[in-house]
Design a protein around this ligand. Sequence first.
Ligand code: ZN
Length: 125
Amino acid sequence: MHELSLAQNLIEQLVRLAAEQHAGRVVKARVRIGPLAGVVVDSFGFGFDAVKSMFAVTCETVLELDCPSAGYRCLVCGREDDQRKPADAPCPDCGEKGKQFPVGDDELILLQVELEGEDGDKIAG
Ligand SMILES: [Zn+2]
């Protein structure tokens, strides 16, 4: 499963980060999933929860997901909209119908991590 391996990669990244910062615990991880990443967000969250319990530093980590939606660009004139129009709706600029394609990034990015030191102190990260 694609999402599970992505979740695994993320957890490994968090575990490594915690070790580098000498943190005892990863409190929170904020992750952005690009609109074209092809990630099923629910499955990713499920995978994260399944994998995080395998490591002491991540077993209580709260996952926050930032999932922007894709934009749509007209193939003919390049006009961009933030929503897909029905296939029979003409483009307001050029009048072409059904020529939109989705635009956006496909990256999964770790935006922010909140770590806690071994003695319970907060570490900015
Ligand atoms: Zn157009």
